[in-house]
Design a binder for this molecule. Structure first.
Ligand SMILES: Cc1ncc(COP(=O)(O)O)c(C=O)c1O
Ligand SMILES: C[C@@H](O)[C@H](N)C(=O)O
Length: 359
């Protein structure tokens, strides 16, 4: 019953086989291999246009490097106040951009709203040279609270960004889960909706470690050739990154893996919704659940070996309060989550709720 994070799982068998198969004979390094060229074609085909592709091994590197091409060191990147880039990358974006400032915007579900974005823009960059100018907007899809931006919601935010000459970055560490849940085409939720750069993650989705920084206008990414090298994120044996991404994207494998993870999250949410005392501030839209549990249920689950974490939500909807005997937790499903895992988790929670009622 491992629900701590989809980072906690290995890679899918198909991806692992691709890595082993890539281990055959010599090939040119640093992205000059044939597999890398195939992946660049594969991603251009997937997004229905010629794109610039730069693969790295972590999402933090992808986000920081991408943002470094979207803002000068004296600029501001607007993001959600609970976004990974501002909360969980140890100032990686600030480091890679040479000092740019990340400014967080509040919003339920770790989602930025048009009002929130306009409100932030109204307060920033007013006075030259004292105020830093806003240069970029960063959205996470799916969000850090498992929520989704619809195509229209992305378009509404990017329209404001473009009206203010902002570049738009999308942290797609769980882009696969979003596309699988929305049932949309990758192009429709990215460049056709105004996104300039997507960090397309495969690691959480079932690869070992591979994230693709995708520029929908290849000319906007030319600096990445040097920035990635200087940052120490150009793998010499790049074929092993490409092999992962090629297998992950091949034959819709990425959507099969994400669809399973999302289905397990839905199964888990349905089961927990029937447990007395369990509350859901957010609907389950992808592979992340953030229920509020009575602490005795949390304790019973952990006593039976369930692995998950408490979660601090800064923008909890006002209708929900967390009392001294409650705890908000993060439950993340993955391609490897089984129905048995889910059903056992729900069964333990149900039995624990029964004991509470009997007290
Ligand atoms: C939304 C989001 N973005 C980026 C990252 C960073 O990825 P990594 O841990 O590979 O640096 C994570 C990590 O899980 C994440 O959850
Ligand atoms: C640190 C934590 O947010 C990690 N990125 C995860 O999603 O599990």
């Amino acid at each position: 019953m491992f629900f701590a994070s989809d980072n906690g799982l290995g890679a899918s068998d198909k991806v692992m086989k691709a890595i082993v198969d890539a281990n055959a004979g010599p090939t040119l390094g640093y992205g000059n291999d044939e597999a890398t060229k195939r992946v660049e074609r594969q991603i251009s085909d997937l997004f229905e246009r010629e794109v610039g592709v730069y693969m790295v091994a972590t999402g933090t590197a992808a986000n920081g490097l991408a943002l470094s091409t979207l803002t000068p060191p004296w600029g501001i990147v607007l993001c959600h106040e609970e976004s990974h880039v501002i909360e969980d990358e140890c100032c990686g974006p600030e480091f890679f951009t040479g000092g740019a400032k990340l400014v967080g915007i509040a919003g339920a579900g770790a989602k930025i709203t048009p009002d929130g974005l306009n409100g932030a823009l109204a307060k920033l960059g007013r006075r030259v040279p004292h105020h830093a100018p806003v240069h970029a907007l960063s959205l996470t899809q799916s969000t850090e609270l498992g929520q989704l931006y619809s195509i229209d919601e992305v378009k509404a935010l990017t329209a404001i960004a473009k009206a203010n000459n902002l570049n738009v970055h999308m942290d797609g560490a769980r882009f696969a889960n979003a596309v699988a849940a929305l049932g949309c085409k990758p192009a429709d939720i990215t460049w056709k909706a105004g996104v300039d750069v997507l960090c397309f993650g495969s690691t959480k989705g079932g690869a070992l470690a591979c994230e693709a920084i995708i520029y929908f206008d290849p000319a906007k990414g030319t600096e990445m050739v040097r920035r990635r090298m200087r940052g120490g994120h150009l793998l010499s044996k790049h074929r092993f990154l490409a092999a992962q991404m090629e297998a992950f994207l091949g034959d819709g494998h990425w959507l099969d893996l994400a669809g399973h993870a999302n289905a397990m999250a839905t199964r888990l949410a349905k089961g927990l919704a029937a447990v007395p005392g369990v509350r859901f501030p957010y609907s389950v839209q992808s592979n992340g659940l953030f229920p509020i549990l009575p602490k005795p249920i949390e304790a019973a689950l952990k006593a039976e070996g369930a692995v998950f974490y408490p979660w601090l939500d800064k923008s909890l909807p006002a209708a929900f309060t967390i009392g001294p005997n409650d705890v908000m937790v993060r439950l993340v499903t993955s391609f490897a989550t089984t129905a048995d895992d889910v059903d056992r988790f729900v069964d333990i929670a149900t039995r624990a709720a029964g004991l509470i009622a009997a007290e």
